[in-house]
Design a protein around this ligand. Structure first.
Ligand SMILES: Cc1cc2nc3c(=O)[nH]c(=O)nc-3n(C[C@H](O)[C@H](O)[C@H](O)COP(=O)(O)OP(=O)(O)OC[C@H]3O[C@@H](n4cnc5c(N)ncnc54)[C@H](O)[C@@H]3O)c2cc1C
Length: 319
């Protein structure tokens, strides 16, 4: 059984989402595991996948893949699935990968299970785990045909270095005329300093208790004092107080920092599922009955506008 793992690149390096999924695929022990890297100027990055469990990395290098657009990637992936004879194709969820997965499923007439949070082999059969009904139940899902396509929730698996090397194989793809009709006309990059929430060891997350967009300066100052990143709940993202990129939860990112400080967050199940894997959870909330206190390791009942700035001050003084 050959499993192909779709690996995305960012700034010339393979992203952690793909490498984590690659490590997971290798740990299943169900046959050959290969990576696939698509883009322009990605050959060097591709070779590094060997250290995370890929025995082969398929590379499609083409200018048509330079912009982060899904349709040319569907063409390229189709070529690699056919070349490799892959029976499983795993993709780590991202805005781009979700489009690619859907396009590939249509192209190959394949079954796609999405939003998975685990994968395992049971009597040699691939089984996925999918949260359902607002993440209140976990459902085993399977496939009735091959290739089996799996879109896995971002940040679910950590990359594990196994120290191997991979053979890099170039595959030539031909692109459908309709696949190359879309053009990327602009690309805006949000300026930010410090680590991203996916990579941060410490996250300071803010919710509606911050009172408004300006309240986020409390989170930002505390995060800066701790060398961490700022995250947000959907309620504040929907209200336009903070960017979507920082949203943690069912419809945002899954994070697992060593320390997660939740300021003015009630702890709804849809938020919890994105951060419950954190090492230590500290919550500050003025409502002693807030659900977040049911799963926080340390709960502080009080006004965050009084408590958090004092904590920042103490941390700065210590430095
Ligand atoms: C399909 C679906 C998907 C969803 N996906 C997500 C998701 O990905 N991520 C997510 O976060 N949510 C998600 N939600 C929304 C979720 O259900 C909650 O509505 C949301 O998480 C609540 O955000 P909050 O904690 O900021 O706000 P609230 O629930 O309003 O909580 C604010 C908290 O702040 C406290 N507070 C107020 N003032 C202060 C103060 N001065 N000091 C201390 N504490 C104070 C209050 O006591 C309260 O507990 C989703 C919902 C649905 C239906």
């Amino acid at each position: 059984m050959t499993t192909l793992v779709y690996l995305e690149t960012h700034d010339g390096e393979l992203t952690n989402g793909g490498l984590g999924l690659l490590s997971k695929a290798a740990s299943l022990g169900g046959g050959d595991v290969a990576g696939v890297v698509l883009g322009s100027g990605v050959r060097d990055a591709a070779a590094s996948a060997g250290a995370f469990g890929a025995s082969t990395v398929y590379v499609v290098e083409d200018e048509a893949l330079a912009a982060p657009l899904p349709q040319p990637r569907v063409d390229a992936l189709e070529a690699v699935v056919k070349e490799s004879g892959a029976e499983n194709v795993f993709l780590p969820a991202s805005v781009l990968a979700a489009d690619v997965a859907a396009g590939l499923a249509a192209r190959l007439d394949a079954g796609l299970n999405w939003d998975l949070t685990d994968l395992r082999l049971e009597d040699g059969e691939l089984v996925g785990l999918r949260p359902a009904l607002g993440d209140t139940v976990l459902v085993d899902v399977g496939w009735t045909s091959t290739p089996r396509l799996a879109l896995v929730r971002s940040g679910t698996f950590d990359p594990v270095e196994s120290g191997g090397t991979a053979e890099v194989k170039e595959v030539a793809a031909s692109f459908q005329e309709f696949s190359t009709q879309a053009r990327l006309v602009d690309h805006l990059q949000e300026e930010s300093s410090g680590p991203s929430i996916e990579d941060a060891d410490v996250i300071v997350a803010g919710g509606r208790g911050l009172g408004g967009p300006d309240g986020f300066s409390i989170c930002e100052e505390l995060a800066a004092a701790l060398g961490g990143a700022v995250a947000a709940t959907r309620a504040v993202v929907d209200a336009g107080w903070y960017p979507y990129a920082a949203q943690v939860g069912q419809t945002g990112k899954t994070v697992s920092p060593r320390l997660y400080i939740a300021l003015g967050i009630s702890g709804a199940i849809q938020h919890k599922v994105g951060m419950q894997g954190s090492g230590t959870i500290v919550a500050v909330n003025k409502d002693p009955n807030a659900p977040i206190f049911d799963f926080a390791d340390l709960g502080v009942v009080g006004d965050l506008t009084q408590i958090a700035p004092k904590l920042t001050e103490l941390l700065r003084a210590r430095k």
